[in-house]
Design a protein around this ligand. Structure first.
Ligand SMILES: [Zn+2]
Length: 556
C-alpha cells in the first residue's frame, strides 16, 4: 500500500528536515501571530469567512515562500527563531495598540530611548513572546540534525517549494480578487499588519535606505542669512520655541475642548495669546515631524533622506544665540551643531533640582525651566546681544504611560488609567490621564511665559508652542500615533499651535491691530514654523518665504 504509506508520511512529517520546519513555522506564525489581523478583518464591511480563510492561506503561503529560500541546515533554525520572537512581540503591539509596523515605525524604534521602551513593556507582552515565540523556538531547537542531502537536491526542493507557495498565493488571490483589491485599496495599512513579514519588509526597507543614503556633511541652507537692522533703542528678540510632544489640538480648551485643560493660559490677557485652531503636523511621529518642522521646504518637498542644515543652523549663522533644551530622547540631529543640554545635565553652577522634579533619570517638563537664567548666562554674550532663540523639547503627552507625565499635584481629571496597557482601561480613564498631561503642558507654558516676562528689561520676548503630532485615544480602536500619514486619522495630525506676543512688545507693535485674530481659523501647518521664526527674529535669507511666515501678512 505505497499510497497509504505516503499519506501517513505526510501526516507524520520528518520534523528534522529544514523545509518541513520552514512550513511548520509558516503555519504557526501565519495563523496564530496574525490574530490581530484576523480580528481586524472581521470588523471590515463585506468581509466573510471565505475571504478570511483565503487571506490566511495567502499569508501562510507568503511566509512559507520566504522561509523556503532559507531552508538550509544551520540557517533555517536561526532564521525561524528570530522570526518567532519578532512575531510574538509584533502580535502584541499590533493587537494591543492597533498600530501597524511600517518603515516609519522602525525609524521611531531606533530613535527611542530606554525609558520610552520601558513604558511599553508589560506582562502581556511577555506572555505573547512566550506563547508565540519562545515555546515553539524551544521545540524547534530541540529537533535533531536533518538527514544528509546533496546541496543540489536541497536547492531543487527549496525552489520547488518556493514556486508552489507563490502559485498558491496567486490562485488564492484570484479566487477572492474583487474583495482583495478593494480591501487593499481602502485599507492600505492591512499589509503592514501581516506578521512577521511586516517586520522583515520594514527592516529591509530602512536598511536599504540607510545604505544607499548620501553620507557626508549636511547640505548648507541659508548661507546668505542676515539680520535686519534693529530700530534705534530696540531690544534684541528672545523667542522661546516650545516643541510639544503628542499633544492633539482637540484636547485644548483654548481650542474649544469642553474640559478646562488650559486653566493657566486662560488667565493671560487674551490679546497676548493666539491659539491657532487649524494646524496640521508634518508627520505622525517625532522622528518624521521634527526634521521636517525645522526645514524650509515644507511637507510636500521635504526629503528626510537628504541630510541638510536646519533652522537652528541658519539662526546661528545669522549671529543669534541658540540653545536647545531637551527633556526627551534627543533632538533627532537638529541640535547637533548648536549649544544643547538635557534637563538632567545641569550647569555647573546650578542648584540641584527640587525634590520630585526628576525621578529615575526621567524629569517632568518643568525641569526645563530650572536654572534657566544660568543656562542663558552661559551663552556667548555677543550673540545674546543680537538675540536668542531658545528651544524647549518637551516630554509632553508621550504615551502610553500618560499618568507618568503629570506630577501628583496636577491631576484634576480622575480616575486616570494607571497602566501602560491602554486597551485594558475604560476609555474615560485613558482620556483623563491624557488630559492631565495637557494641563501639565498648560502650566509649563504659563510658567515659561512668566520667565519670559522676567527677561523683558533686556529682550523683546515672545513664545511659539507647537506639538510634533497628535495622538489616537481609542477612536476606532486606535491608540498612540505613527500611522502612515495618508491613512492617519485627524487625531494624529491636528496639532495645537500657540503664540504669545506681549502687547507692549516691539513685535506686537509692528503688527496691524486686530490682524492676528484673522489667523485663528486659517489653515496652518508645520510648514510655517521655519519661516515664521525667521520673520519673528528679523532673519532674512533666500530660503525665507514671506508667504509662509504666519505674521508677515499682519506687519505694517
Ligand atoms: Zn512625538
Amino acid at each position: 500500500m505505497p499510497l497509504l504509506k505516503r499519506l501517513l508520511a505526510w501526516f507524520q512529517p520528518d520534523t528534522t528536515r529544514p523545509l518541513t520546519q520552514a512550513w511548520l513555522a509558516a503555519l504557526w506564525m501565519g495563523l496564530l501571530a496574525n490574530w490581530p489581523l484576523w480580528k481586524q478583518l472581521q470588523t471590515l464591511p463585506g468581509i466573510g469567512l471565505g475571504f478570511t480563510v483565503a487571506f490566511a492561506g495567502m499569508v501562510v503561503a507568503a511566509t512559507g515562500a520566504v522561509l523556503s529560500l532559507l531552508a538550509w541546515p544551520r540557517l533555517v533554525k536561526g532564521a525561524i527563531v528570530v522570526l518567532l520572537l519578532a512575531a510574538g512581540a509584533l502580535a502584541y503591539f499590533i493587537g494591543a495598540y492597533g498600530i501597524v509596523f511600517d518603515p516609519t515605525m522602525v525609524v521611531n524604534m531606533v530613535q527611542t530611548d530606554v525609558r520610552e521602551t520601558r513604558d511599553l513593556l508589560s506582562w502581556r507582552l511577555a506572555v505573547s513572546l512566550l506563547l508565540l515565540g519562545v515555546l515553539p523556538a524551544w521545540w524547534l531547537l530541540r529537533r535533531p540534525a536533518p538527514p544528509a542531502q546533496a546541496a543540489g537536491k536541497r536547492l531543487a526542493g527549496n525552489l520547488t517549494s518556493f514556486v508552489l507557495a507563490v502559485a498558491a498565493m496567486v490562485v488564492l488571490a484570484l479566487s477572492v480578487f474583487a474583495t482583495l483589491s478593494s480591501t487593499m485599496r481602502n485599507h492600505k495599512s492591512i499589509r503592514y499588519m501581516v506578521t512577521p513579514l511586516n517586520g522583515v519588509y520594514s527592516l529591509s526597507a530602512v536598511g536599504v535606505r540607510s545604505l544607499s543614503g548620501p553620507k557626508g556633511p549636511p547640505v548648507v541652507i541659508g548661507a546668505d542669512v542676515k539680520l535686519l537692522p534693529r530700530a534705534e533703542g530696540a531690544k534684541p528678540p528672545l523667542l522661546l520655541l516650545v516643541v510639544g510632544e503628542t499633544a492633539r489640538a482637540m484636547n485644548f480648551s483654548l481650542n474649544g475642548y469642553a474640559r478646562p485643560t488650559n486653566p493657566e493660559l486662560a488667565k493671560l490677557p487674551p490679546n497676548s495669546l493666539l491659539s491657532l485652531r487649524q494646524v496640521s503636523s508634518c508627520g505622525t511621529a517625532t522622528a518624521a515631524s521634527l526634521p521636517c518642522m525645522f526645514a524650509p521646504q515644507g511637507r510636500a518637498d521635504f526629503d528626510a533622506d537628504k541630510p541638510q542644515e536646519n533652522l537652528l543652523d541658519v539662526l546661528q549663522r545669522a549671529g543669534l544665540a541658540v540653545l536647545w533644551l531637551d527633556n526627551q530622547s534627543g533632538c533627532k540631529g537638529l541640535c547637533d551643531r548648536v549649544p544643547n543640554s538635557f534637563t538632567a545635565n545641569l550647569p555647573d553652577t546650578a542648584a540641584p533640582m527640587p525634590a520630585g522634579l526628576c525621578n529615575g533619570g526621567e524629569c517632568f517638563d518643568e525641569a526645563l525651566l530650572h536654572e534657566l537664567d544660568k543656562r542663558v548666562a552661559a551663552l556667548d554674550p555677543e550673540r545674546l546681544s543680537r538675540g536668542l532663540v531658545l528651544v524647549m523639547h518637551q516630554m509632553g503627552s508621550h504615551g502610553p504611560a500618560y499618568y507618568k507625565r503629570s506630577p501628583p499635584d496636577l491631576k484634576p481629571f480622575q480616575p486616570e488609567c494607571r497602566s501602560n496597557e491602554l486597551q485594558k482601561c475604560p476609555r474615560e480613564q485613558v482620556v483623563n490621564g491624557y488630559d492631565n498631561t495637557i494641563v501639565t503642558t498648560d502650566r509649563l507654558l504659563a510658567r515659561a511665559i512668566g520667565w519670559l516676562q522676567t527677561q523683558q528689561a533686556r529682550f523683546d520676548t515672545g513664545m511659539l508652542y507647537v506639538s510634533d503630532h497628535g495622538e489616537s485615544l481609542g477612536e476606532n480602536g486606535l491608540y498612540l500615533h505613527g500611522m502612515p500619514y495618508a491613512l492617519a486619522p485627524r487625531e494624529q495630525t491636528h496639532v495645537p499651535m500657540i503664540l504669545w506676543l506681549p502687547p507692549q512688545g516691539a513685535l506686537a507693535a509692528s503688527l496691524k491691530p486686530g490682524c492676528l485674530q484673522g489667523l485663528l481659523d486659517k489653515p496652518a501647518s508645520h510648514d510655517n514654523l521655519f519661516h515664521t521664526t525667521m520673520g519673528w527674529v528679523g532673519a532674512r535669507a533666500d530660503v525665507y518665504k514671506p508667504e509662509w511666515d504666519l505674521l508677515a501678512g499682519c506687519r505694517r
